[in-house]
Design a protein. Structure first.
Length: 377
């Protein structure tokens, strides 16, 4: 009798445990199994370079695509992982962890360091395992580690930097001295934006400093103070990552020097969007993280399902026979760029920028955000 009761107890315990959700992932798409099918659900993971409000708009785009393309009906879920903390070693550890998890079907990553060998190795290991890998927002080094991912989609950061430089030149037609502020200098988008800014601004502009803050907003403010203390004349303060914008504004307000310097920035963080219409920022070059998130889910779903038509829709030079690209840069998809200014009194006009770059007054851009229920971009 005791033995019979013991068998029943073990069987009951096993049944109870089998009904538990043991996954640590609680975002994007729900639990571990597709509804009613009994088929284990596979995950699409977006690994950011750190935790920044910029990624909230990206997540909204992911959610929209997941709903529109009904990824749950094919056994897929999605989530965003912001745990890299702008540290290469933490991002590599995340990738290595994914390689041990059988439910990872696709990874979108914004690399902390474009030239990091360990990152490239971890990405290749995922690809070798059959996981679909793309870079978004920032790419791996195209010369050294192109094969560590399938393709890139995101801003053409070189062009974005040039557009920001043109904005500075439009505000300061006689040129001037400037300093740039960014989180991590080794990230590809930082390198390309800073380099592009110099090209767009032109020879009449002189770079005084380029400061990194490792994603710490307090350090970001201290960097601005350090530059202003070191140089008697700084004509333009240039924010390269989203949070740098408000960090610059705060220091300029504290020192009451708005009439002595100009502020041009990348991205439209929520605080910066409050600063802009109040005249505290002269111009923004804004990416479209919503589009990045949306296309990431669309592309990775297509890759998982070997849907060549959808892949070719995004990358026209993709050859499904060879599973490669016919053109040198055919594996790059450039998402939208916008220049946003406070109002009609701005000296900047649409014709100063590339035809592909959309030009917005603040009010019109705010309406665009509101339509998508976004508070930043």
């Amino acid at each position: 009798m005791k033995r019979h009761l013991l068998v029943l107890l073990v069987a009951s315990l096993g049944f109870a445990l089998s009904g538990c959700n043991t996954s640590s992932d609680t975002t994007g798409g729900g639990g571990d199994h597709a509804g009613g099918s009994g088929t284990a659900k596979k995950r699409i993971v977006f690994l950011t370079n750190g935790d920044d409000p910029f990624w909230d708009a990206c997540r909204t785009g992911m959610d929209k695509a997941a709903e529109e393309f009904e990824i749950e009906t094919v056994g897929l879920s999605h989530n965003m992982d912001k745990g890299s903390e702008f540290k290469v070693e933490k991002q590599v550890a995340k990738l290595e962890q994914y390689a041990t998890q059988s439910d990872i079907a696709g990874v979108a990553i914004s690399p902390v360091d474009a030239s990091n060998r360990a990152t490239a190795k971890a990405l290749k290991a995922l690809r070798d395992k059959g996981v679909k890998v793309i870079c978004v927002d920032s790419d791996m080094d195209h010369e050294k580690y192109r094969d560590s991912r399938f393709a890139y989609l995101g801003t053409n950061n070189q062009v974005g930097g040039e557009e920001l430089g043109k904005a500075a030149r439009g505000i300061l037609p006689d040129g001037g001295k400037y300093a740039t502020f960014v989180g991590v200098k080794t990230v590809a988008n930082a390198i390309e934006r800073i380099g592009g800014f110099g090209i767009g601004a032109g020879d009449q502009f002189e770079s005084l400093d380029s400061m990194a803050d490792e994603g710490d907003e307090n350090v970001a403010q201290e960097n601005v103070k350090a530059v202003l203390d070191k140089h008697s004349q700084v004509d333009a303060l240039v924010g390269i990552w989203a949070y740098n914008a408000h960090a610059i504004v705060r220091v300029v307000e504290e020192r009451d020097i708005r009439d002595k310097t100009n502020i041009v920035v990348f991205d439209a963080a929520s605080l910066a969007l409050t600063d802009l219409p109040e005249g505290k920022i002269d111009a923004m070059v804004v990416q479209n993280p919503y589009q990045m998130g949306y296309l990431s889910v669309k592309l990775l779903k297509a890759m998982v399902e070997d849907d060549s038509a959808t892949i070719q829709e995004i990358y026209p030079s993709y050859d499904p026979e060879t599973k490669s690209f016919k053109e040198e840069d055919g594996d790059i998809y450039n998402t939208e760029l916008r220049v946003v200014v406070p109002g009609e009194s701005s000296p900047l006009k649409a014709e100063m920028f590339r035809p592909e770059t959309q030009f917005f007054l603040y009010e019109d851009f705010k309406s665009w955000l509101d339509e998508r229920k976004l508070v930043s971009s």
